[in-house]
Design a protein around this ligand. Sequence first.
Ligand code: G3D
Ligand code: MG
Length: 193
Amino acid sequence: MGLLDKLSCLLGLKKKEVHVLCLGLDNSGKTTIINKLKPSNAQSQDIVPTIGFSIEKFKSSSLSFTVFDMSGQGRYRNLWEHYYKEGQAIIFVIDSSDRLRMVVAKEELDTLLNHPDIKHRRIPILFFANKMDLRDAVTSVKVSQLLCLENIKDKPWHICASDAIKGEGLQEGVDWLQEKTIQSDPGCEDMKR
Ligand code: G3D
Ligand code: MG
């Protein structure tokens, strides 16, 4: 790390480039969330179902995100698994109103957590219990129970209820992720010692 980098790291000025994997079943709201997180001039109006995966880059206040929006359709899994190694943070999106597929979402999460490129890394995971605006939506506490999140002991995680259409709950989640990814930056950690 160069001196300028060190200084900006200390001052919190530098935008750190973070590779964020955005995962979850199809229709959970991944593309809508990513679209809302992007600066308004980069937001697309029509959101089409993602086939395979897409890669988007955008900046928040102190992070420069590269987001891999993985299609929830399992048949593409072998495509996106290649990106697990590069992922430094995970956003996992759940449709809180889809009780029927909550079991499938849990299986998908368990598969992810047991993947060799994820299993032994302290990679932060942000869960969005999305579609909280819908009448059938369960609370984020219930979602975390249904997904047995308390069993995740070796990775920092956080769950936020969100309404991706209105953009509610997203900032809280990103703030948490930002804090965790900055904490886990080895360069900045060196500076704190
Ligand atoms: P995906 O990328 O995970 O597959 P999308 O999901 O972002 O394409 O969203 C799937 C559908 O859910 C979209 O509706 C989108 O508008 C809707 N959606 C996303 N987030 C929310 C939310 O928080 N609340 C509600 N009510 N709907 C949401 P369509 O009708 O376009 O299929
Ligand atoms: Mg999508």
